[in-house]
Ligand binder design. Structure first.
Ligand SMILES: Cc1cc2nc3c(=O)[nH]c(=O)nc-3n(C[C@H](O)[C@H](O)[C@H](O)COP(=O)(O)OP(=O)(O)OC[C@H]3O[C@@H](n4cnc5c(N)ncnc54)[C@H](O)[C@@H]3O)c2cc1C
Length: 506
């Protein structure tokens, strides 16, 4: 068993948005931190969200006003601090006669929502004034739509950007290091992790440990609340081409069967429809995926509200599912369970679970405080300030802005001294070919699926996970990876098998 002699101020277990946010905040505050992730960064729920940075209008319906208020405040800060990674997204909420939500309840809800964010952006558009986009919308008993503003992001890139900016200082983040035990020592903790790359165990020393393992959190430290347990709830999505419903704004609907609120969100030339909310009893270390029942439930909702679109299985590009940890006493329906995060400290280990992508920074600061750290830089921006945003490259401005969002100041390194075809987009996407070798060289890729599902999202937005591009990807990236031709063949085979099993139509 190998020993690592650095005595870290803090070891964070879990490389989702919660762990990444804690790493980033700790680093900024001078706390030398090591993050350990069992699989890839953002492999858990944090690459499988609905991509909304939002207050959560539907949580107000469940009485979760505190969560909505915190989320709206965080959304406003993030829009300012990472303008190209977190972007304003218009939301439309059709209002039907005799159906929930009513015009009155929505108008009160949205007034409160806007007041929370200190901005007045919502309005009601009558049916007669609605534009062409709504031609396909089910108009039976339709009164009109409410318009309001929230935001969206690329969840996995949010995690990677937090981590990549944090490790520019004295901190470190290791993916494919699964923590097997945490033991208390005289001066802190010894944390034993299995390094998948070297197939060996390593012992790390740390003065403090934070467990940010989301749905796995009670495996590292048991919940000290009587009658409460972690209830894993699965949320699944379908992804289809934007041409079927060519919207720039998201739309929220109540499902015709059970009245649950669902969203369709325009994202990277596709439309994401989600989410379901069902108990998840599968092994947590297996990739979660959509069931046939969930798939039909989502398809039915799209076809109910857009009857002329007639979306079928064949139109779907991909699917994905994520598992949400909620702390439950077991009496409520999934959608009524609280989405608030929970903090606890047992045997010296501080644990955090639940919450939202949107509130990652608030969660990080509260967790560090609970662990006993004093934070000097509470109100500074969480991301590095963008130094030079001028597009001096031979690429479109809209593409350049996306690079700034994904890579921050490192966007320059992605395209500097590059020429076509590297400066061309991967067909059907807004990604440049140049991003692939850059991310392989700099962003800790261990498997092809890390590259295609979490660094760039080709696996989510292209048919068959981008299968037709795999040879080109090999030729661009092989220089930066220590893989021989057998390993490449194996990685490609594994990726295709894996994509078909977990990301395709059930
Ligand atoms: C379907 C769905 C849709 C959602 N949509 C939104 C949305 O639109 N907007 C929003 O704000 N929020 C949304 N959320 C909530 C949000 O995605 C989660 O709150 C957030 O991603 C949780 O992040 P996390 O880091 O706590 O957990 P995770 O992302 O799951 O990270 C935990 C990590 O810990 C690792 N780990 C576990 N055990 C170990 C170990 N022993 N050693 C090392 N590592 C370990 C796991 O591999 C995992 O990567 C959604 C959630 C779901 C389920």
């Amino acid at each position: 068993m190998e020993k690592n002699n650095i005595n870290w101020d803090l070891i964070v277990i879990g490389g989702g948005v919660t762990g990444a946010g804690i790493l980033r905040e700790a680093e900024r505050n001078g706390i030398k931190t090591l993050l350990l992730e069992q699989k890839d960064f953002a492999w858990g729920t944090s690459s499988r969200s609905s991509k909304m940075v939002h207050g959560g209008i539907r949580y107000m319906k469940e009485g979760m006003f505190g969560l909505t208020y915190e989320s709206v405040k965080e959304r406003q800060k993030l829009l300012k601090e990472a303008p190209f990674l977190i972007k304003t997204l218009g939301f439309l909420m059709p209002i039907y006669k005799d159906k929930s939500p009513s015009k009155l309840s929505m108008s009160i809800g949205l007034a409160i929502y806007d007041l929370m964010g200190l901005k007045w952006g919502h309005k009601f558009i009558k049916k007669e004034k609605m534009n062409k986009v709504f031609e396909n919308l089910n108009s039976e008993k339709l009164k009109g739509v409410f318009y309001f503003e929230d935001a969206k992001t690329d969840d996995a890139r949010l995690v990677i950007r937090l981590i990549m900016e944090a490790v520019q200082g004295d901190s470190k983040a290791l993916n494919y290091h699964r923590v097997n035990s945490v033991k208390k020592t005289e001066n802190g903790f010894s944390v034993t992790a299995f390094d998948e790359g070297n197939k060996s165990e390593i012992v790390f020393k740390g003065k403090n440990v934070i467990n940010a393992t989301g749905v796995w959190s009670d495996k590292i430290s048991r919940l000290p609340f009587n009658n409460k347990h972690i209830r894993p709830l699965r949320g699944s999505h379908i992804v289809f081409p934007r041409k079927f419903i060519p919207i720039d704004d998201a739309i929220g609907f109540s499902h015709p069967h059970d009245g649950r609120m669902l969203f369709i969100v325009p994202w990277q030339n596709t439309i994401i429809c989600g989410t379901t909310d069902v108990d998840h009893s599968n092994d947590l270390n297996d990739e979660p995926s959509i069931t046939k029942e969930e798939f039909d439930y989502l398809l039915e909702c799209v076809n109910h509200y857009f009857p002329t679109v007639k979306l079928t299985d064949n139109d779907i590009i991909s699917t994905y599912a994520g598992v949400r940890p909620v702390v439950s006493s077991g009496n409520l329906s999934p959608s009524q369970e609280s989405r608030e995060f929970i903090l606890w400290k047992e045997d010296g280990i501080t644990s955090v679970t639940g919450g939202k992508l949107t509130t990652f920074r608030k969660i990080a600061m509260d967790t560090l405080k609970k662990a006993g750290f004093k934070l000097k830089l509470r109100n500074q921006p969480v991301f590095n300030k963008l130094e030079n945003t001028k597009n001096i490259y031979n690429i479109e401005n809209s593409i350049w802005e996306k690079l700034l969002g994904r890579y921050g100041n490192d966007a320059h390194k992605v395209v500097k001294d590059k020429a076509p075809p590297l400066l061309d987009s991967i067909p059907g996407t807004d990604y440049l070919w140049a991003e692939l070798p850059y991310t392989v060289e700099n962003e800790k890729i261990h498997h092809l699926s890390d590259l295609l599902l979490r660094r760039v999202r080709v696996g989510n937005i292209l048919q068959e996970g981008g299968l037709v591009h795999l040879d080109m990807i090999e030729s661009l990236c092989s220089e930066y990876l220590p893989w021989d031709s057998d390993r490449w063949r194996n990685e490609k085979d594994q990726y295709i098998k894996f994509w078909r099993k977990y990301y395709s139509i059930p």
